[in-house]
Design a protein around this ligand. Structure first.
Ligand code: ZN
Ligand code: ZN
Ligand code: ZN
Length: 118
């Protein structure tokens, strides 16, 4: 399985397993699975938590609520970056209209430490 990082249009480097050019990975590779997530532990971008588990040498931590103003989600199609709050409020990329997989939001707690009011 290919473990080479992929550079998306915004020039971010995404680390994952078996990725295509739009950050789909070996675990989540449906047409809508185009986002990458920044991890709070190492500040690196991964297409999913399972890629992090395979490649990183430490436990994953969600993006901290205290840094909620910084982008933590990346559109793999155009490279547009969103904060956790922005991402949770949209169904598709605000920049290129690529649809995001609604299923990803079912496990947002893996990725974002949400402020209590959200
Ligand atoms: Zn990490
Ligand atoms: Zn993955
Ligand atoms: Zn986009």
């Amino acid at each position: 399985m290919d473990k080479q990082p992929v550079t998306v249009p915004g020039q971010r480097t995404v680390h994952g397993v078996g990725m295509d050019s739009q950050t789909r990975c070996a675990h989540y590779h449906q047409v809508l699975d185009v986002i990458a997530l920044r991890h709070g532990c190492c500040e690196l971008w991964y297409p999913c938590h399972l890629c992090h588990e395979e490649l990183a040498d430490h436990p994953a931590r969600p993006w901290p609520a205290a840094r909620g103003a910084e982008p933590a989600v990346l559109c793999g199609v155009c490279g547009h970056e969103l904060t956790a709050g922005e991402y949770l409020g949209v169904a598709s990329c605000p920049a290129c209209q690529a649809q995001f997989n609604p299923g990803c939001k079912a496990h947002t707690e893996l990725y974002f430490e949400l402020p209590a009011h959200l």
